[in-house]
Design a protein around this ligand. Structure first.
Ligand SMILES: Cc1cc2nc3c(=O)[nH]c(=O)nc-3n(C[C@H](O)[C@H](O)[C@H](O)COP(=O)(O)OP(=O)(O)OC[C@H]3O[C@@H](n4cnc5c(N)ncnc54)[C@H](O)[C@@H]3O)c2cc1C
Length: 461
C-alpha cells in the first residue's frame, strides 16, 4: 500500500497523537512521512496500517499511553523488535506501543544480573555484556527483539549450557492494561513471572526484564559444509553423535539452505562454549567437505554471523515441528523437502534442545515444549507476492512430512498466524492452561492486548 492511499488519522487516534506529541513522544499517524516506513514489521507478508505508532520512553509513558488508547477505544499492539513472523508487532487500526526507545541494558555491579529495556535488540544485550565477560543466552540473529524472543522462549547458541532465554528471566517490570505497574519478581506476582517464562505476550507491556547473567566462556565456532547429496548420511551420523556424545557446552544447528551460487547445501553451524575437545569429534562425525572453524572466536561476531542470511525486506512463512527424537524417516523427509524448495532463500533448521534446556522443570515455566529434544523449522523467505502460495505450501508440506500424525509441537516464536498447534501446545497440560488463564484474567481481563504469541487459533486469550 502506498503512503498516499492511507486513510487520514481517525479522530480517536488523533487525540492519542496530540497527547503523545505534547509530551515529546515520537508518534506517526497515517499520512505522516514516517508512518509508511514504521508500519512495516520484519515480515512483509503482513501489510497492515495501524492508526498510530507511539514510542514511549519509560513505564510512566507506557502507562499513560495504555490508558489513553483505552479511553479512545483503540486496540493496542506491543512491538519489541518487530520480528515475529506472524506480524504480531503491528495491526490494522490499532495503536502500536513501539518500544524502540527502551533499549537500555544495565548489568548489576556484581555482574550476576542485568536489566534490559523491553525494546532492546539482541545485539544491545551482547554489546553491554560481552566486553565485561558476561552473557545472557539469546537467539542467533542480532536484530531480533529481546521482548518477543524471551516471552516466547529463546533458543540460541548457549541453549545446552544455559537453557532458554526465558529460563533466565528473574524479574520484570510490567505495565498492565489497567495502568498498574507491577514487578513480576515479587511474591505476589509469582504467577506472572512464571507466565512470562515462555508463555508469550498478552499479559502487559514488559518495560524492563531482569535476567540472570553468566560468565561468557571462550568459544570455538564454525560451519561444516557438505553438498545436499551427502546431507542425509551426514545428518544420520550427526544425530547419532548428538544422542551419544554431545556435551552441554556444544550446541549444533544443521541448516539446509542454498549457497551463494544457488546450490543446496547442508551447513552444520556450531558453537562450542568451552568444549574445544568435542569439536574434533563433531567434525569426525559430520565428515564435511569444507570446514571453517574459529578457535577462541569473538562470541559477538558469531552472534551476528546469520544476520545477512535473514536481512530484510522479505516475505516469510515459517512452520516448525518439535519432537522428542528424529529418525531416519525424518532425515529423508528433510532432505527431500530441501530438494523441492521454492524460489527465494528457503532454509530448514534443525535445533538440538539439550543439556540445560532440560534442567528447568516442566512446571517451573510456562514454556510448553520441555519434552522436545529437536525442532525442525521450515523457513520460507521470498521477495515476490506471486510466490506466496508456493512458499507457504512448501513450509506446510515440510512439517507434514516430518510429522505425518500431526502430533508435534509448534514453537510460539516461529509459528505463523494460522498455526493452531500453538494453542494446543499450551492446552496440552490442563494445569498450564488453567494457570495461564488465571494470569491473563488477572492482568488483562478484557483482552486489550490481543495480538501476541498465543493468538494463532488460541482457545484462550
Ligand atoms: C530473522 C529472525 C531470526 C530469529 N532467530 C531466532 C532464534 O535464534 N531463536 C529464537 O528462539 N527465535 C528466533 N526468532 C523468532 C523470534 O524469537 C520471535 O519472532 C520473537 O517473538 C521476536 O521478538 P520481537 O520483539 O522482535 O517481535 P515483535 O514482533 O515485536 O513482538 C512479538 C510479540 O511479542 C510481544 N512483545 C514483544 N516485546 C514485548 C514487551 N517488551 N512486552 C510485552 N510484550 C512484548 C508482543 O505480544 C508482540 O506482539 C527469529 C525471528 C526472526 C525473524
Amino acid at each position: 500500500m502506498a503512503a498516499e492511499t492511507l486513510a487520514p488519522a481517525a479522530p480517536a487516534a488523533a487525540e492519542v497523537a496530540a497527547w503523545a506529541r505534547s509530551t515529546g513522544l515520537p508518534c506517526d499517524l497515517p499520512g505522516d512521512p514516517g508512518h509508511e516506513r514504521r508500519r512495516w514489521v520484519y515480515n512483509r507478508l503482513h501489510d497492515m496500517s495501524p492508526s498510530a505508532i507511539v514510542a514511549p520512553r519509560d513505564a510512566a509513558d507506557v502507562r499513560q499511553l495504555l490508558l489513553r488508547a483505552h479511553d479512545a477505544g483503540l486496540p493496542l499492539t506491543v512491538r519489541g523488535g518487530g520480528h515475529h513472523v506472524a506480524g504480531y508487532g503491528t495491526s490494522d487500526g490499532g495503536v502500536v506501543v513501539d518500544l524502540r526507545a527502551m533499549r537500555r541494558v544495565r548489568p548489576s555491579a556484581d555482574g550476576r544480573e542485568v536489566a534490559v529495556g523491553g525494546g532492546a535488540r539482541l545485539r544491545d544485550v551482547d554489546a553491554a555484556l560481552c566486553p565485561r565477560g558476561l552473557v545472557v543466552p539469546t537467539g542467533t540473529v542480532s536484530d531480533t527483539g529481546i521482548g518477543g524472543l524471551a516471552l516466547g522462549g529463546g533458543i540460541g547458541w548457549l541453549v545446552g549450557l544455559r537453557g532458554l532465554t526465558c529460563d533466565n528471566i528473574v524479574g520484570a517490570e510490567v505495565v498492565l492494561p489497567s495502568g498498574a505497574i507491577v514487578h513480576a519478581g515479587e511474591p505476589e506476582h509469582a504467577d506472572l513471572l512464571w507466565a512470562l517464562r515462555g508463555g508469550g505476550g498478552g499479559f502487559g507491556v514488559v518495560t524492563e526484564f531482569r535476567f540472570r547473567a553468566a560468565p561468557l566462556p571462550p568459544c570455538t565456532v564454525g560451519t561444516l559444509t557438505l553438498p545436499l547429496r551427502a546431507a542425509a548420511a551426514a545428518l544420520r551420523r550427526l544425530l547419532a553423535f548428538l544422542d551419544e556424545d554431545c556435551p552441554r557446552a556444544l550446541t549444533v544447528a544443521p541448516l539446509l539452505r542454498r549457497d551463494a551460487a544457488g546450490e543446496p547445501i547442508l551447513a552444520v553451524d556450531f558453537c562450542a562454549a568451552g568444549a574445544d575437545d568435542a569439536v574434533d569429534r563433531l567434525v569426525a562425525a559430520v565428515r564435511p567437505e569444507r570446514r571453517a572453524i574459529e578457535r577462541r572466536s569473538d562470541y559477538r561476531v558469531w552472534q551476528r554471523s546469520s544476520d545477512a542470511l535473514f536481512a530484510e525486506p522479505l516475505r516469510g512463512y515459517w512452520k516448525a515441528a518439535y519432537k522428542p527424537e528424529l529418525g531416519d524417516r525424518d532425515v529423508e523427509a528433510i532432505v527431500a523437502s530441501m530438494e523441492a524448495a521454492p524460489p527465494g532463500s528457503p532454509s530448514i533448521l534443525v535445533e538440538h534442545l539439550h543439556g540445560a534446556f532440560h534442567d528447568t522443570g516442566r512446571d517451573d515455566a510456562a514454556f510448553p515444549l520441555r519434552d522436545a529434544a529437536f525442532g525442525v523449522l521450515f523457513s520460507a523467505r521470498w521477495a515476490d507476492a506471486e510466490d506466496d502460495a508456493a512458499a507457504i505450501s512448501w513450509a506446510r508440506s515440510g512439517v507434514a512430512a516430518v510429522d505425518p500424525e500431526g502430533a508435534s509441537g509448534s514453537y510460539a516464536n516461529y509459528a505463523p498466524h494460522d498455526d493452531r498447534r500453538v494453542a494446543r501446545d499450551f492446552d496440552r497440560r490442563p494445569a498450564v492452561r488453567e494457570r495461564l488463564r488465571r494470569v491473563k484474567a488477572a492482568c488483562d481481563p478484557h483482552d486489550v492486548l490481543a495480538r501476541h504469541h498465543r493468538s494463532g487459533g488460541a482457545t484462550h486469550a
